[in-house]
Design a protein around this ligand. Structure first.
Ligand SMILES: NC(=O)c1ccc[n+]([C@@H]2O[C@H](COP(=O)([O-])OP(=O)(O)OC[C@H]3O[C@@H](n4cnc5c(N)ncnc54)[C@H](O)[C@@H]3O)[C@@H](O)[C@H]2O)c1
Length: 329
């Protein structure tokens, strides 16, 4: 049984806490958030201790794994400290905001001989992993063109609106599009060159970005992500893999046949649900996979190096969108 402490009881802290309820080999023993009521809200279902300071939690609670669900700019600081205390670390994506910080985290995990992984959860979505598997089996021939989209309204829920500060979140290329970048690198090959464009909207620096990635094997990827959709609009992700012998297409909205439309405080809302897809919960699968790696004393499925590779490409897209020039990775 692995004892887990969660730091950051916001959106992802809540998602992880729900997921752990279905992982018998893990027990949440502590939840830490600057806001006591948020930590309490999550801890109560697990009978976990509540803390409002990391330092307090470290001195008072005993656990094996720190699960970091903090804003991205805080990942590195807490991961390094936890590793120095001999703790295994699950860190939400993106690994960090700079290559330097990501490298520090990777090296510290090695030095302290602890397990470390990053939440590139798309690997655990059957709609994405099954398509990659079909490609590996050669069902569409050689993949030549990949198109992905990941579009949503600006993530306005965050603590102190930290997503709006791109020095803290990295903006959509680093925070959002990195999901697809990791999936592409892992399944279709390393990225050689990136050319990207983006625009800034007026409110809260809403942004829409498109990057063209050329892989070393010649495959071209058109990767698009947006925080520029209207408030209340549905989150939507799609992909198309065009191969020499066939094509695979996916659209999360078309995959969800139940469309609920509602209005709250004058705000239109639509939700797409897929009650027919069964009980697969990707966040539970990714956390379970890490717990198993820790229990079995083996490397996690997603390494820090892979998370760094995805970050490098996201940062290259950011640079290209700023300079207007292609960037070699
Ligand atoms: N894998 C995914 O699908 C996915 C989705 C959304 C966000 N994320 C990532 O998860 C991370 C968290 O994002 P979020 O949307 O949950 O943010 P959030 O703003 O909803 O939650 C962050 C929480 O951290 C707390 N906090 C801040 N500083 C703290 C400190 N020093 N000690 C303790 N608590 C502190 C805040 O009070 C807040 O409750 C980010 O890195 C984000 O990129 C991943």
């Amino acid at each position: 049984m692995q004892r887990v402490a969660i730091i950051g009881a916001g959106t992802m802290g809540r998602t992880h806490c729900n997921a752990y309820l279905n992982i018998p080999d893990a027990q949440i023993v502590a939840v830490c958030d600057l806001d006591r009521s948020k930590a309490e809200g999550l801890a109560v279902r697990h009978g976990a201790a509540v803390f409002t300071s990391y330092e307090e939690m470290m001195s008072a609670a005993e656990f094996d794994i720190l699960d970091i669900c903090l804003p991205t700019y805080l990942h590195c600081k807490y991961a390094l400290d936890a590793m120095e205390h001999g703790l295994h670390v699950f860190c939400e994506k993106p690994i960090a905001l700079t290559e330097e910080d990501a490298l520090k985290m990777i090296e510290k995990a090695e030095e302290c001989n602890v397990r470390f992984t990053v939440g590139h959860v798309l690997r655990f979505f059957p709609s994405y992993s099954n398509a990659a598997e079909l490609c590996r089996e050669g069902r569409v021939g050689v993949p030549r063109l990949i198109r992905t989209t990941r579009n949503q309204a600006f993530p306005g829920w965050s603590w102190q609106n930290w997503y709006a500060d791109y020095e803290k979140s990295g903006g959509p290329f680093v925070d959002l599009v990195i999901h697809d970048i990791d999936w592409i690198i892992h399944n279709f090959g390393e990225v050689e060159r990136v050319y990207a464009s983006s625009f800034n909207g007026k409110a809260e620096r809403q942004e829409h970005g498109i990057a063209i990635l050329r892989l070393k094997n010649g495959t071209i990827c058109h990767v698009e992500g947006s925080w520029a959709y209207p408030k209340g609009s549905v989150f939507r992700m799609t992909y198309e893999i065009a191969g020499t012998d066939g094509d695979i297409e996916y659209d999360s909205v078309k995959d969800a046949p139940v469309w609920i439309q509602s209005s709250e405080d004058g705000q239109y809302r639509s939700d797409f649900l897929n009650p027919m897809s069964g009980p697969v919960e990707p966040y539970m699968l990714e956390l379970k996979s890490f717990i198993n790696a820790v229990e079995e004393g083996r490397e996690p499925l997603i390494s820090g190096q892979e998370a760094l590779s995805a970050l490098r490409v996201s940062l290259a897209a950011l640079e290209s969108s700023r300079t207007g020039c292609a960037v070699t990775v």
